[in-house]
Design a protein around this ligand. Sequence first.
Ligand code: COA
Length: 571
Amino acid sequence: MRILLLTHAFNSLTQRLGAELRERGHEISIEFDIADSVAEEAVALFGPDLIVAPYLRRAIPESIWKRHVCLVVHPGIVGDRGPSALDWALQEGAAAWGVTVLQAEAEMDAGPVWATAEFPLRAAKKSSVYRNEVTQAATTAVLSAVDKFAAGQSPTPLAAWPDARGRLRPLMKQGDRGIDWRHDDSATVLCKINAADGFPGVADSLFGQPCHIFDAWPEKVGAGGTAGEVVARRETALLRRTVDGAVWIGHVKRPDGIKLPATLAFAAEAVALPEAKLDAWWRVDHATWQDIAYEESAGVGFLHFEFYNGAMSTAQCRRLRAALAWAKQRPVKVLVLLGGADFWSNGIHLNVIEAASLDDGSPADESWNNINAMNDLALELIETGDQITVAALGGNAGAGGCFLARAADRVWVRDGVLQNPHYKNMGNLHGSEYWTYLLPRRVGAQGARDIMRNRQPLTARQAVAIGFSDACLAADPPAYRSEVARRAAELAAAPDIDAMLAAKRAQRARDEAKKPLAAYRAEELAHMRRNFYGFDPSYHVARHHFVRKSLASWTPRHLARHRDLGWKVSA
Ligand code: COA
């Protein structure tokens, strides 16, 4: 079928649905929901059999839903309606939740039901539940709805649905989210911040100044001070006392500002606090916030790096490089880089770079420092001679993060994870991270050009099919983690592991003799220097719009296929 995805943005759910539908042979094009007239034009150009709306912030115009079947993805159980579905479910501690695919009609979220899928609701950040459980359930429900539509079946009117448990809920306002630091215990504080993460955050204040807070983590060790007081700092986060303990606050947005690591948003106040530094990379056994953590079992080292949104600042890259260099000295034959639970890496930290301009600093200089720190990290990984390295992607990766993963010997990807291996969307950025060395050796020169030019997300299965990744592992996160541990232990125990390591070192030496890594880096950085310091400001403009979340005013051409010149002729 010809399916138009009408969406507010090309977010991870839209990317996943587009890729899954394409894999099943459907012809997909995408239009951003910018204005009724633009959506009408897209429908007229593409002539879709079906319209799917994965992520909309407003109703589909009547001129469209009256003439075409439009399937709307609602992140709630059957009967649930309203714009804060997940927020209410998380804040009220629902045990299970779901996704419903409805047919668009005049009343929002009240049309007949095509399909639904439920899941146990994790006490986690809203954005994490959205990227994992909601995306998986939405994929299941949309694929089932599309099959039913193709088979000529009809949806079930909401009133006739046998066990509709949901109801109409209002928009959750800041008044519903507010934290009472003198009474709320840590669990309540975490729950409220989780229900508001990554948008809109909880309106609060720090050091007597208003801000929105995000990214909370529990702290089990007792902290001094009185409830509500900020008592310590660690790397990017601040420790704040509650009535029964304390929580770490990782990110903050000040009025008219952008979302930043808390110790950067309140830099002057943070340095005056005591530092609760962890003195080693080993995972500490009590629950605390630890962004970089190392564990070992069965001859395998596992390195976690839980960086918010997968963004890696200069300081984070340097610390991760130090942790990797340390891990390489451990007596293990296999090192697995696990990244974070939701993202493996999304490359250089665009918000921290943008913040340099707010501080009278230079975003160009900060970009330069950040890409060099990324490259140093990639180099540390490429130059690992005594271990087989594995990048295990349990969460999505984008741009430089994707290529950093290729610096490992093996890349294993959880089924359902998306990789966006391209830079050009960020103002035509050339990219570095030794991609000009790492990518062609996996997919060939032509394959590398295609990947960079197409700018499409790759599913785990597609990535394996083209040699971009080595294995697609179980979709279910606990099953995926066991599979990673089992495969890594098998690798470490392989009778030919020393021969594998010798072959790897020999290959690296041959590659180095042919063209040194320093030459790849210098060539890439010559382009990046132009991106950062040259006369064309595209990268700075694109970054500004990305971090400020400017509304799109048009759909990029590589997504809106129906807008290609001559599309009708070839269709
Ligand atoms: N730096 C800072 N923040 C980043 C980031 C980066 N490199 N990449 C993603 N984020 C943030 C987003 O702003 C968003 O923030 P929010 O919590 O305030 O909503 C969050 O991470 C999730 O990103 P989103 O775009 O919603 O996720 P997605 O899974 O739908 O899309 C990408 C993933 C990778 C396609 C998209 O995030 C992207 O293009 N990122 C930029 C990658 C890049 O150009 N890096 C620099 C070059 S190396």
